[in-house]
Design a protein around this ligand. Sequence first.
Ligand code: C5P
Length: 232
Amino acid sequence: MGKDVIIACDFSSGKQTLEFLDQFQGRKPFVKIGMELFYAEGPEIVRQIKARGHKIFLDLKLHDIPNTVKKAMAVLSRLDVEICNLHAAGTSEMMRAALEGLTRPDGSRPLLIAVTQLTSTNQEALENELLIHSPMDQVVMAYAQNAKRSGLDGVVCSPLEAGKVHALCGRDFLTVTPGVRFAEGEKGDQKRIMTPAQAKDVGSDYIVVGRPITAAADAIDAYQRCCKEFID
Ligand code: C5P
């Protein structure tokens, strides 16, 4: 798998999601399924979208004791998605257990990437609530290195962090980056953003794009524009 645009399908029902995907008659986009859709519709929606020929990033961000995460990952491995994820905060032991669980009897497995610190967590919450007294960017980079040492394939990060993650963890360590907006587009609640072309320049491997495509008047046109800027 090379560079690609992943559409964040943040819809609350399977019906809405499938209607949205029905528009894509040509190239089948890589889609991200998150907690809202998965908890609403269960694993069947993953099977349905897969059967339509889409690649899937299942964004469930697992974080629990190693044995529980290992067993949950073993169940997810049967869904045949391309990418799964977890919280690096669950520790290296949890990440290694997750990899074991995700690996199928034939040795194949989906890619496994880690969330470092959520972008909704600011320095103040890091210090006062999580009691972590290092600067956020150091925490993010240390968690990325833990993920790399644990055998994971990459991290979810801001495109602004992608270059530094690659410098520390290697070019092959994947950076999957949300926070992408068209130059003239609505930012919404995203603050630290880049355009698809800028994300390409800083070396992001996958961009995750939601509302600039899902809320566009012409979703196909917006998707094609993302692909043109980021991949071509
Ligand atoms: O609509 P928008 O392009 O902002 O969607 C971005 C997607 O990426 C959403 O599904 C959001 O939850 C996810 N995400 C993010 N920032 C992170 C991690 C995930 O925006 N740090």
